[in-house]
Design a protein around this ligand. Structure first.
Ligand code: GUN
Length: 302
């Protein structure tokens, strides 16, 4: 008899995201009952990018579902820098709002850095301001970016203790690559950040006990780049034509990750599907960050 082919355990993001949302929901109810405090989240969307509209709707729905005060500001594409900054300043000053998220990317005529520069770091539930990036890099408490924090929850729930593990992060974006590398370092991993200029990327990836793919290139990471038994976290959300030529000819597209899932499944120890993995964690962590921000604003222990 032949041995069955080894197969990675699939990390179901839905299970962990639901669990975290459940915890947030209980905490919101407790804060209302014990302190008369309702955590409030404001989401700002400028323009009509279709993907951003879907994300923003989901953030609004989930924040209401856990009992939060939820406000969504949908601004037209033609919004000026002054108008956007005036809204952010008003939200900074609004005591009912504890978390502010400005959906990215902004339309090209708007200056993202200038908007983040005026955002109150203690309401920056996306963890994108310089202050929170500095707190993270210094190992200080703060609001940390949602997708990276979601990656860490999945790793802790599956791999367990991460101490001393070799972690390779492919991608160096401000939204994912850099912050997830910082969080892995805080968890006592030995961390390498690889990117488009890295020499012999497959060999670097093969060293990883933990491989985080956040490059935005469909199925770039092949099965033979993965160390047998490694934990693979695929952050990629890439739209590609269907493999089926008939569907492709109709212009239909689907979402795939940065990892070649079929190949990786045979080598990895654990793997997140994309979609259905890390992406689902992002909103759940956003809600958790909003609760933390509300508690901090009220002087309660986090
Ligand atoms: N666009 C894609 N992902 C994110 C995110 O996590 N936060 C914000 N603000 N914009 C995004």
């Amino acid at each position: 008899m032949t041995e069955p082919a080894a197969q990675a355990q699939i990390i179901d993001g839905k299970v962990y995201a639901e669990r975290l949302r459940g915890q947030v929901s209980e905490e919101v109810a407790q804060l209302k009952a014990d302190h008369g405090l309702t955590p409030g989240l404001a989401v700002v969307l400028v323009g009509d990018d279709p993907a951003s509209q879907i994300y923003v709707r989901s953030k609004g729905e989930h924040s209401k579902a856990v009992g939060m005060h939820s406000v969504t500001h949908r601004l037209p594409e033609a919004t000026t820098q002054d108008e956007l900054e005036a809204l952010v300043r008003a939200l900074n000053a609004d005591p009912a709002i504890h978390g502010i998220l400005v959906q990215l990317p902004l339309p090209k005529h708007l200056d993202e850095k200038a908007v983040l520069a005026i955002l109150d770091p203690d309401k920056d539930v996306d963890g994108l301001t310089m202050v929170n990036a500095g707190r993270l890099a210094s190992g200080l408490p703060g609001l940390y970016p949602c997708t990276p924090a979601g990656c860490m929850i999945l790793l802790r729930e599956t791999v367990g203790d991460l101490t001393g593990k070799r972690a390779v992060v492919v991608g160096r974006s401000m939204l994912v690559g850099r912050p997830v590398a910082q969080l892995l370092l805080q968890a006592d991993c030995t961390v390498t950040i690889a990117h488009s200029r890295t020499q012999d990327l497959p060999a670097v990836c093969r060293e990883a006990d933990i491989l985080v793919a956040a490059v935005g290139r469909p199925r770039m990471i092949r099965g033979d780049w993965i160390k047998p038994g490694a934990a693979v976290i695929d952050v990629g959300i890439n739209r590609v034509p269907f493999d089926d030529p008939i569907k492709a000819a109709e212009g239909r597209t689907k979402v795939v990750g940065d990892v070649n899932f079929k190949e990786a499944l045979k080598v990895a120890g654990w793997i997140t599907p994309a979609p259905g993995g890390v992406g689902l964690m992002t909103v759940a962590v956003l809600l958790a960050n909003t609760v933390s921000a509300a508690k901090r604003a009220a002087g309660l222990e986090i």
